[in-house]
Design a binder for this molecule. Structure first.
Ligand code: MN
Length: 306
């Protein structure tokens, strides 16, 4: 399995990108790096960064528009800011390619609304579709991956669910546009994580994963598998069933925990639950699933706990 950790777990504690890369090299299982753009790239020399990365590989870059775009990223009412938001995604594609990465993750943190009558939904939906097409056509060699989150920063996000994400992907209609599924975001929406995963993966649109855990009412970013074991196991079953070969990125927030140990705990948890799924066997689990029976499902879950 390919694994990556979250740079900000180190950077928010005063370390820099190079410190974090060094820490990842000393973990058991990390294979890839995942940068935020521009925050983890600006101010660093790309050549130096490239040297420091090896032997790890770069999965991709996640664009962060942040505070200057409070009124919207691809739907900003200020046309100049809207153009710059799209341009930032195009610039991220150039840097991603330069670093040997293949995925641009777009979480539209500011594209949403807080008040009734605040947004012209049809107009803004069109802007989102047009902006995504522009980025996708600019970088046809890269995967452009949409990460949904139901709320936070806005009360309502425009791309707020697995269903809305898949609908948007269809509307955009480009082969290189797909999605990244964040486990906590799915719990926040009351989307059963494995359901969205199955629909995305079976249509070839699962480009990335953000694994973590939580209680569903906020983006908790807890260590994978700690709260929702059975949903985590179901998620991994579908990853195996659809032969997911992308990167498993742990989007967790070790605010009080030691960052390196916390990242390792995520990898170990994923490996452990994966081993439980593999011990049962994808074929056998598929037979249980085909029964559409709650008791059989419960027996399978408890069998995995043994
Ligand atoms: Mn995420």
């Amino acid at each position: 399995m390919n694994y990556a950790g979250r740079f900000n777990s180190f950077i928010f504690k005063g370390q820099n990108v190079f410190d974090a890369i060094e820490a990842y090299k000393h973990m058991d299982g990390i294979t890839h790096l995942e940068f935020n753009y521009p925050e983890h790239i600006a101010g660093y020399d790309l050549e130096e960064l490239k040297k420091a990365i090896s032997p790890l590989k770069v999965n991709g870059l996640a664009v962060r528009w942040r505070k200057e775009w409070l009124d919207g990223d691809f739907t900003n009412p200020n046309e100049e800011l809207r153009r710059r938001a799209i341009q930032m995604a195009r610039d991220a594609a150039d840097v991603c390619r330069e670093l040997g990465g293949s995925v641009i993750t777009l979480w539209f943190e500011n594209d949403g609304f807080d008040y009734p009558f605040q947004m012209d939904y049809e107009k803004c939906w069109g802007q989102l579709v047009d902006g995504l097409r522009e980025v996708a056509d600019y970088a046809p060699d890269l995967k452009i991956s949409i990460e949904y989150k139901p709320y936070e920063e806005r009360d309502f996000a425009m791309v707020d669910s697995a269903g809305m994400t898949l609908y948007l992907i269809r509307e955009v209609d480009r082969p290189n546009v797909g999605c990244t599924l964040d486990f906590c975001h799915m719990l926040m929406k009351h989307d059963n994580p494995a359901y969205g995963l199955a629909l995305a993966a079976s249509s070839g649109k699962l480009f990335g994963l953000h694994m973590n855990d939580g209680y569903g009412w906020k983006d908790s970013g807890l260590i994978f598998g700690t709260v929702n074991f059975s949903q985590s196991a179901e998620f991994i079953y579908y990853l195996e069933r659809y032969h997911y070969d992308g990167v498993v990125f742990f989007d967790t927030f070790p605010i009080r925990e030691e960052s390196k140990a916390e990242c390792q705990a995520n990898i170990d948890a994923f490996e452990l639950i994966r081993s439980k799924v593999e011990r049962e066997g994808v074929e056998n689990i598929s037979q249980v699933v085909s029964k559409h029976d709650g008791i059989s499902a419960q027996k399978l879950i408890f069998s995995m706990l043994r």
